[in-house]
Design a protein around this ligand. Structure first.
Ligand SMILES: CCCCC/C=C/C(=O)SCCNC(=O)CCNC(=O)[C@H](O)C(C)(C)COP(=O)(O)OP(=O)(O)OC[C@H]1O[C@@H](n2cnc3c(N)ncnc32)[C@H](O)[C@@H]1OP(=O)(O)O
Length: 364
């Protein structure tokens, strides 16, 4: 039977709400606004809230979407919500059918290019027009790619960026995607995602190498403390503006950075947001070696190809011996950092910083 001819029950509506939470592919802001508006109409009826101020961009966009539904009856809104979610479900099904750890073709990723050759699995961030900002989909895809790389026949795994940036860190529009359960649910889900994401780096069993092709910001920097080697172009910079964003350190950096570079140097980066050049980051132990931009790719990949010819078992066992003592501690640090961040994400300091960034760019 045609779904639109049916009347969606409360149970259908609740199932659809749960399905939305499982979407791995970001349906885009337009669809998210539509879902929000239909949810509000289905549960509260016609919009009679005061219109938010012109600078309150996010709430104004939400209000506009809800208000545009006029006096649409609650039952019709519920039906439209269920239909809209069901139209998104092919992407839900295709992503949930892929078992973590199974091999996935490079073309199966939206936000990454993943290749495997000469004993090296290369995971390249591939959102160059967004400076390789990590959106929700990319967090999931990186975890997926790491799980696959841990099981494939490569010797080492390399992360790098496409374009002029390594990565600009967390995609700040991630914070605008508020589920029907509200901001509290959003920050809870984000903390769960972040903990699982960082956990994949803590547990990664093979040498993990960063080829930092350009500036790195936020979580793309803090994670470097969990890598086994970091090679940087001399045009790379390393910047963790957490206080400016009303946030706090993650990626286990509250533990790894003071150990790597001394507590005082870590303070300058993690609390005061000091941006390091590649040379400074190397002098402080965060970067293994810096190469001139003109020869960076050639020199680094020649070296990596030589590493990848080493006996695989010796390489893997040596990493295990070096890292295993710290693993439990790192998981505890990760859990604590995510819990602290949950509070930060609800703060006015964080909200204002994100809205300032987004409104500077006139985006939702
Ligand atoms: C859920 C888990 C959370 C984990 C916690 C993680 C925390 C962090 O990672 S904190 C760090 C967050 N990142 C930032 O604060 C960086 C924000 N971006 C910038 O400051 C700048 O974009 C820049 C310095 C990275 C680059 O500046 P510029 O060279 O002038 O280039 P544009 O600003 O024009 O950027 C091009 C295009 O890309 C968009 N974009 C860049 N970075 C981000 C980002 N992190 N989030 C969202 N969007 C980003 C930028 O808005 C531009 O878009 P258009 O204006 O639409 O062209």
């Amino acid at each position: 039977m045609n779904r639109t001819a049916m009347r969606a029950s409360q149970k259908d509506f609740e199932d659809a709400m749960n399905q939305v939470k499982l979407l791995k592919k970001d349906p885009g802001n337009e669809v998210k606004l539509k879902l929000y508006a239909l949810y509000k109409q289905a549960t509260e009826g016609t919009c009679n809230m005061p219109k938010p101020g012109v600078f309150d961009l996010i709430n104004k966009a939400k209000w506009d979407a809800w208000n545009a539904l006029g006096s649409l009856p609650k039952e019709a809104a519920r039906q439209n919500y269920v239909d809209l979610v069901s139209s998104l479900s092919p992407s839900l099904e295709s992503s949930s059918q892929v078992e973590p750890g199974t091999d996935r073709k490079s073309t199966g990723f939206e936000t990454l290019v993943v290749t495997s050759e000469d004993g090296i699995t290369k995971i390249m961030f591939n959102r160059p027009t967004r400076k390789n900002a990590i959106n929700t989909e990319m967090y999931h895809e990186i975890m997926h790619a790491l799980k696959a790389a841990s099981k494939d026949d490569s010797i080492i795994t390399v992360l790098t960026g496409n374009g002029d940036y390594y990565s600009s860190g967390n995609d700040l529009t991630n914070f605008t995607d508020i589920p029907p359960g509200g901001v509290e649910e959003k920050v809870k889900n984000s903390a769960i995602l972040l903990r699982e994401f960082v956990g994949c780096f803590i547990d990664f069993p093979k040498p993990l190498i960063a080829v930092v092709n350009g500036p790195a910001v936020g979580i793309s920097v803090t994670l470097l403390g969990l890598f086994d080697a970091v090679y940087a172009s001399d045009r790379a910079t390393f910047h963790t503006p957490f206080s400016h964003l009303g946030q706090s350190p993650e990626g286990c950096s509250s533990y790894t950075f003071p150990k790597i570079m001394s507590p005082a140097k870590a303070t300058e980066m993690l609390i005061f947001g000091k941006k390091l050049t590649a040379g400074e980051a190397c002098a402080q132990g965060l970067v293994t070696e810096v190469f001139p931009e003109s020869t960076f790719q050639k020199e680094v990949w020649t070296r990596l190809k030589a590493f990848a010819k080493l006996p695989p078992n010796a390489v893997r066992i040596s990493k295990e011996v070096i890292r295993k003592r710290e693993r439990e501690k790192l998981h505890a640090v990760n859990a604590e950092e995510c819990s602290v961040l949950q509070g930060r994400w609800l703060s006015d300091e964080c909200t204002n910083a994100v809205v300032n960034f987004l409104s500077r760019k006139s985006k939702l």
